[in-house]
Design a protein around this ligand. Structure first.
Ligand code: ZN
Length: 119
């Protein structure tokens, strides 16, 4: 993502967590962690966090990208013959990545499903 996109994400976090301070060193640190990822993916993670049981806690940069695929790897996947889409989250990835991804995704999906049902 671009630096502008990062600022948009941080502003978004600030909107939900008033005590989140956007100091220069915070911006630098977040950029270091998030720059390799796509804006839309990170925003999705943020929304997931905001709607989760942990939404009272400030989101962490590393936590937001934990299950995301870096942009360059995504491009690599596009030129890879062995790409699969996860039937739970509709994300495209290489077979090797899918092996690691599926268990985590299933867990996430179960959590989301539980949340939806309790509403
Ligand atoms: Zn998935």
């Amino acid at each position: 993502m671009t630096f502008e996109q990062l600022k948009e994400i941080l502003t978004n976090i600030k909107a939900h967590y008033q005590n989140f301070a956007i100091y220069d060193y915070v911006v630098k640190e977040w950029y270091k962690v998030l720059k390799d990822y796509e804006f839309d993916d990170v925003m999705e993670s943020l929304v997931d966090h905001l709607t989760s049981d942990n939404s009272n806690e400030l989101p962490k940069a590393y936590q937001l990208v934990k299950y995301l695929t870096p942009e360059d790897l995504k491009k690599e996947c596009e030129s890879n013959r062995y790409i699969v889409s996860c039937n739970l989250c509709d994300r495209w990835m290489s077979l090797a990545e899918f092996d690691k991804h599926y268990d985590k995704c299933l867990h996430e999906f179960g959590r989301k499903f539980k949340n939806t049902k309790s509403v």
